[in-house]
Design a protein around this ligand. Structure first.
Ligand SMILES: [Zn+2]
Length: 220
């Protein structure tokens, strides 16, 4: 079961304390979405992934640690006003600020994941236009991660197909993915599924189970 507890955390920027919700344990039943968003209960724990100091506005997954950037950055208009984005959900705003800090310290991976989580928070708030814009913004960081290669590359390639389709870039999914074979049955089925949905101009959210239940997958 999911257990959340309130804990007092001292801010790494202003030194003041605040009560924050910390995740003690969680579990998940079901299969993830095609952008790796976890199912079930653990998807409802997003508000424990990132914290905001109510005194100075600093946002971090470890609020007690000092930021690696000049802390004056959190006083800039860009940070305070989320670079012009007006989000429906406070949680989306928090992840976006996490992204701005990550981007400021040139951390591609952290920038990408904060944007992805921001998009999920937008989805939950039915903030459709911002969800689309944030997914598009995340693609540049994801491309960098794909170029870097490494063990997770195939996962990133899969994620990119979903981000493209869900931000309405249907033609790019078809163009960029039709010839991609990763050599793993499930992963290649997921790509085929993405191509079919992109051809149908379908930008909805699907899970791995939806792919497994689709018996008629063919790229032709
Ligand atoms: Zn603070």
């Amino acid at each position: 079961m999911t257990m959340i507890s309130n804990i007092e955390i001292e801010c790494g920027v202003c030194g003041k304390e605040s009560m924050q919700r910390a995740l003690l344990s969680t579990n998940s039943f079901g299969t993830p979405d095609l952008d790796f968003r976890p199912p079930g209960m653990s998807r409802n724990t997003m508000n424990t992934w990132i914290f905001e100091c109510p005194h100075c506005g600093y946002v971090a997954s470890r609020l007690d640690e000092k930021p690696e950037i000049d802390s004056d950055f959190i006083k800039t208009d860009k940070y305070i006003n989320c670079d012009g984005f007006e989000f429906e959900k406070e949680l989306a705003e928090r992840f976006f600020k996490g992204y701005l800090i990550a981007n400021e310290k040139d951390n591609t991976r952290e920038s990408f994941f904060n944007l992805l989580h921001c998009a999920w928070a937008c989805d939950d708030g039915e903030d459709i236009e911002n969800a689309r814009k944030i997914r598009k913004l995340s693609l540049g960081y994801l491309d960098e991660m794909i170029q870097m290669g490494g063990e997770e590359k195939d996962n990133f390639v899969l994620m990119k197909a979903d981000l493209l389709r869900r931000s309405g870039e249907f033609d790019r999914v078809v163009e960029e993915y039709t010839d991609i074979i990763l050599g793993d049955e499930l992963l290649d089925k997921i790509i085929t599924f993405q191509i079919i949905k992109a051809r149908q101009k379908d930008d909805a959210c699907y899970t791995v189970e939806d792919v497994n239940n689709d018996m008629h997958l063919s790229r032709n």
